[in-house]
Ligand binder design. Structure first.
Ligand code: MG
Length: 232
């Protein structure tokens, strides 16, 4: 067998971030009675939030803003688009979003089945994630997948972010693995796939929404997690 160590990304790869975040935002929308403050519908609120969140994550990854800016501004900018200038509310929503989100439990179809399959084949499995340390550990516990993973390498612990090579090198070292006997499974071309490629690690790209484009060719492309059985 070529591969001895398996590295997974968490958000959007195993843990269905979109579905889980959608549920939390809907709860917050109702808890804070945003309809009564002029937000026309939850769908519009959600769309606006997603747009700001995406832009701010990009700035965060590039090092232009810090974690606290990200947590607060994605709500303050969203609320401002509806003429709600309320820093207290923005802070409250930013905090509550992160408090509630990790307890949501939706995984992608076949995630648990395929982890059980890989565990039964005795593959050591690890997580490499850009998410926040405390949040990622709760997500894994809440969704019942924490016991599958030997090492959980977050950007906070590694002092580096995917796609930078340092976090992959750190993960390989932690796991006692080698790059050429490892494989990385992730949903983000520019983050998981490019990063693993640059660290000499084979990659599985799992993202049915974004097709492969550009020069980067992942080692494998799958549309459903159960296809990992054909590779591993
Ligand atoms: Mg991801």
């Amino acid at each position: 067998m070529k591969y001895k160590h398996i590295f997974f990304d968490l958000d959007h790869t195993l843990w269905d971030f979109e579905t889980n975040a959608y549920q939390v935002l809907e709860e917050l929308y109702h808890t804070h009675t945003l309809a009564s403050r002029g937000v026309p519908s939850f769908e519009v609120f959600h769309r606006t939030y997603m747009m700001h969140n995406e832009k701010l994550w990009d700035r965060f990854r590039k090092g232009f803003i810090n974690r606290n800016d990200l947590r607060f501004k994605r709500f303050s900018l969203t609320l401002l688009d509806f003429k709600i200038g309320d820093d207290k509310l923005s802070h409250a929503m930013g905090t509550q979003f992160l408090e509630i989100l990790p307890y949501k439990t939706t995984l992608f179809p076949n995630a648990k089945d395929v982890l059980e399959y890989l565990a039964a084949k005795n593959y050591p499995m690890h997580m490499i994630t850009n998410g926040f340390e405390e949040t990622q550990l709760i997500k894994m516990k809440s969704s019942g997948i924490d016991h599958f993973f030997t090492h959980v390498i977050t950007s906070e612990v590694a002092g580096s972010l995917k796609p930078y090579r340092e976090i992959f090198d750190y993960a390989i070292k932690m796991a006692g693995a080698t790059a050429d006997s490892s494989i990385m499974i992730g949903d983000a071309l520019e983050i998981d796939i490019l990063g693993a490629h640059n660290a000499g690690i084979d990659q599985v790209y799992f993202n049915s929404l974004v097709p492969v484009t550009g020069a980067l060719k992942p080692t494998y492309v799958i549309r459903d997690l159960h296809e990992l059985r054909d590779i591993l």
